[in-house]
Design a binder for this molecule. Structure first.
Ligand code: ZN
Ligand code: ZN
Length: 284
């Protein structure tokens, strides 16, 4: 079984009830954080997950809402790991990730210097190891296989989605994307598909062109459901609601997806958890 927890279901717009985009995936003893939006560690704390227990950080792309708390995560993991010679945090993302991580460490340079000077048992800066991919196998350890595939979030490029497989269960994390063959191939027959969505009907009616622009590089609820149906996944998990999903309107969102996808549809608030069992979805 793979556990999927929607840590943050928000978007770039600050919301008192929704943290920024981030999803926690537990596969046996391994814990993967996919994207690290605003407030991610508060949500991690709510489910008993600390930065120093993460197996790896996976980034779908480098938009601010998906990496807002990268620095906080790296620093917190560093100062809360008490074993000597801590292993580096693997950070797996698209090309450009190394530059962003390097710049983040530079931005926190004064902090890192203060802590190195103050704590005698901290002898090196935060250990991280960045891996950049546009596709293929990105992780193969302890029974968990993770593959990446290209998505289409242009002009943001390159962007990737991830397929995590463990114990005959599988989950695909699409990130931000319009429907595309790269995601179709990655999601084919998966147990669950976590897909970011916007309500195109609502966004298109807003009077600001800058807001309407977002329709061009995201999937609507209907398009995400069509991708789920086309690829034969078992469960569609919607997140990254734009505009924010207002309590009481869940069925409106769900019915728009259900018109195109006849299987299980999950959506909700931060910390919503979905267990994906082996055999959910069709065989790949
Ligand atoms: Zn984005
Ligand atoms: Zn986004």
């Amino acid at each position: 079984m793979i556990e999927v927890t929607l840590l943050g279901t928000g978007s770039p717009m600050p919301d008192p009830n929704r943290a920024g985009p981030s999803t926690l995936v537990r596969a046996g003893e391994q814990i993967f954080l996919v994207d690290c939006g605003r407030g991610v560690q508060q949500r991690m704390a709510a489910v008993g997950c600390a930065a120093n227990t993460l197996t790896a950080l996976l980034l779908t792309h480098l938009h601010s809402d998906h990496i807002a708390d990268l620095g906080d995560l790296i620093i917190t993991r560093w100062i809360s790991t008490f074993t000597p010679d801590p292993s580096p945090l693997p950070i797996i993302g698209p090309p450009g990730t190394a530059e962003v991580v390097e710049a983040t460490l530079k931005a926190f340079g004064p902090d890192i210097g203060y802590r190195l000077a103050h704590h005698s048992d901290l002898t090196a800066p935060p250990p991280v190891q960045v891996f950049e991919y546009t596709g293929g196998v990105v992780w193969d350890h302890d029974g968990t296989l993770i593959t990446a595939g290209p998505t289409d979030h242009r002009p943001v490029t390159p962007t990737i989605g991830f397929r995590i497989e463990y114990d005959d269960a599988s989950v695909v994390l699409a990130g931000d994307t319009v429907p595309c063959t790269g995601l179709d191939e990655l999601a084919c027959g998966a147990g669950a598909l976590v897909h970011t969505v916007i309500r195109e009907d609502l966004v298109e009616s807003m009077p600001l062109q800058r807001i309407r622009d977002i329709c061009g590089y995201h999937s609507s609820v209907e398009q995400a459901a069509q991708t789920a149906a086309r690829t034969g996944v078992g469960i569609l998990i919607l997140t990254h609601y734009v505009p924010a999903l207002i309590p009481g309107q869940e069925e409106d969102w769900r019915s728009r997806a259900a018109a195109h996808f006849g299987r299980q549809i999950e959506l909700g608030n931060d910390l919503h958890r979905v267990d994906v069992h082996p055999g959910v979805g069709t065989a790949r």
